[in-house]
Design a protein. Structure first.
Length: 315
């Protein structure tokens, strides 16, 4: 009788080789040609990276018990603040005033993860290094369209979103914190670095937004500083999910995105952090369009989709 070995009988040693994580960090540091004074760490996504960075920094200065953060930007930032509040930390929304003397860190977003709005915090953070306040900057999409700033202040940590699975943090000389869970994950896959690999579509988007589809409204006030990698428009009387579905259900999440509860069961993930001044109807009717597909005939196709939906709605 032939002896057959089943897949379940294969030997498995259930421990992760930490050297693999170190090697990945060193490879990224070398490929980016960063100064020796900086350190690089890979993390499991931008949400996990923020928590891991904060956890590591709290161990460096345990007597500092205040974390200042930029409010109304991303739900995961505020969820992290709630977690640290439960651990006894005082979390304070950034309001332009002098941070408390026992401030450990200030958490800022370079850009809005959904709308692409870009923020300038140069004046806000002036003098923080001298006060030994860590500045944690989160870049969601901006770095896809910009050269990497290799100058990192001693007390600064820059976190860059790579994809839904990975993020990279670049830390200054005084911000070399311990990572508590990333070293023990699997890092077999190659991480492609996305810095300045895409081009904005400013002219195309401006042309499109100057002649909107039937019934659509501009999401942004015209003076907003933003990334021109997407256009956001909304309808007051049509659910954005219906429009995106009519344009092609398989394109949702790639070329179109919406904020509707038909797409996201819990829209509170977005609602408090995106234009709280617009109505619930406008929020539900929002459609985010990738700049890569904006062309002269997109308006015509959207017009056809809108008219079809309105005809169905009105019977």
């Amino acid at each position: 009788m032939k002896n057959v070995t089943s897949p379940e009988s294969n030997l498995l040693i259930p421990f992760q080789n930490v050297d693999q994580w170190d090697e990945r960090n060193n490879q990224i540091h070398t490929s980016l040609k960063l100064p020796e004074t900086t350190s690089v760490k890979v993390h499991p996504g931008i949400t996990g990276s923020l928590r891991e960075v904060l956890l590591g920094i709290t161990q460096m200065f345990p007597h500092k018990m205040t974390i200042v953060f930029q409010a109304k930007t991303a739900h995961y930032i505020e969820e992290a603040m709630k977690s640290f509040s439960r651990q006894g930390y005082k979390t304070v929304a950034l309001d332009g005033t002098e941070p408390p003397k026992d401030t450990l860190a200030v958490v800022l977003a370079n850009d809005h993860p959904v709308t692409g709005e870009v923020y300038n915090h140069t004046l806000t953070t002036h003098g923080f290094s001298e006060k030994k306040i860590f500045v944690i900057r989160l870049s969601h999409n901006e770095h896809f369209y910009r050269d990497l700033n290799k100058t990192v202040n001693p007390f600064e940590v820059a976190i860059y979103n790579i994809n839904e699975k990975n993020a990279v943090s670049i830390s200054g000389e005084r911000a070399k914190f311990a990572a508590y869970f990333s070293p023990y994950l699997s890092w077999n896959e190659t991480i492609s670095l996305p810095f300045n690999t895409k081009k904005e579509k400013k002219n195309e988007i401006k042309d499109f937004e100057s002649q909107l589809p039937w019934g659509a409204n501009l999401f942004f006030p015209k003076e907003v500083h933003r990334l021109y990698d997407r256009s956001i428009i909304y309808w007051n009387d049509i659910d954005g999910f219906a429009i995106a579905t009519e344009m092609g259900k398989d394109r949702i999440g790639r070329e179109f995105e919406v904020l509707s509860t038909c797409r996201w069961q819990n829209s509170l993930v977005f609602r408090p952090y995106i234009r709280p001044d617009i109505s619930d109807e406008a929020f539900r009717g929002s459609v985010i369009i990738s700049g890569d597909i904006i062309s002269q005939d997109l308006k015509m196709k959207l017009d056809i989709a809108v008219q079809k939906i309105l005809k169905l709605q009105n019977g």
